[in-house]
Write a protein that binds this ligand. Structure first.
Ligand SMILES: [Zn+2]
Length: 244
């Protein structure tokens, strides 16, 4: 075990001296084996690492269904069946709730498969990812008391968050991980290094479902904010959105 990540502050819970492992901010299981080099790694304590792993197990199985990159079909073919075989309950849930919706892509309307995704699990994982990226890029540990919100934004929410991302900040981060499987941009506020805004694209953009008859113009993204204050309700409603 590398000493680099032991006995340091856990970037996820801000516990001092408690880290016991180097955690990949983006779990290796999101990527095909040949795309796992150079993933950002941060110091984490065992309880945070375990809690994050549970969320990753679910989301590395479900999110590839919503992807638009060719590599998401590779993952669906090569990796997801094994994960589903190990998790009969999740397999049943996905099969029972599959649907389809119309999406606009390159001027064409296509019918895409939708699967349910548990919004609270997506939010939970991005709470970890954002804290990890802030530590990785800016060596800032977000205080445990701060709120981190994340989710698939509604169009209305996107109009609120997009201008925030354009503001002048103390620092910016841009990343493309695993050959574009995760793409992100983040900005750190001038007066508070722990106030940050993020935008993520996963597998080329996961398509929000929900209303089977609805068609979507935009490619939905995942947005996240870390803030001293509780966050406004801009991350969509509490119903589980679907990804297509
Ligand atoms: Zn921790």
């Amino acid at each position: 075990m590398s000493k680099l990540f032991r006995g340091k502050t856990c970037v996820y819970c801000a516990g001092e001296g408690v880290s016991s492992t180097g955690d990949h901010v983006f779990a290796r299981e999101f990527f095909p084996v040949e795309r796992r080099g150079e993933l950002p790694k941060v110091a984490a304590c065992a309880p945070c690492n375990n809690a994050k792993s549970k969320l990753e197990h679910y989301l590395t199985t479900v999110l590839p269904f919503g992807g638009r990159l060719d590599v998401s079909s590779q993952i669906l073919n090569e990796m997801v069946p094994r994960r589903l075989a190990k998790n009969a309950k999740l397999h049943k849930e996905l099969a029972a709730n599959q649907g389809s919706l119309l999406i606009h892509r390159g001027g064409m309307v296509e019918r895409a498969m939708t699967v349910p995704i548990e919004a609270n699990q997506l939010q939970g994982l991005f709470r970890f990812i954002v804290r990890g990226l802030i530590a990785h890029h800016w060596a800032t540990i977000i205080p445990a008391s701060y709120a981190v919100g994340a989710g698939l934004l509604t169009e209305a929410g996107e109009q609120i968050v997009a201008p925030m991302l354009q503001k002048n900040g103390r620092a910016r981060a841009n990343g493309s991980v695993g050959g574009g499987i995760f793409e992100y941009a983040g900005v750190q506020a001038v007066d508070d290094p722990s106030l940050t805004v993020w935008c993520f694209k996963i597998y080329g953009g996961v398509t929000l479902g929900g209303d089977p008859g609805a068609s979507l113009e935009a490619t939905p993204r995942v947005w996240a904010i870390s803030s001293r204050e509780p966050l406004p309700e801009i991350f969509g409603n509490d119903d589980d959105p679907n990804v297509a």
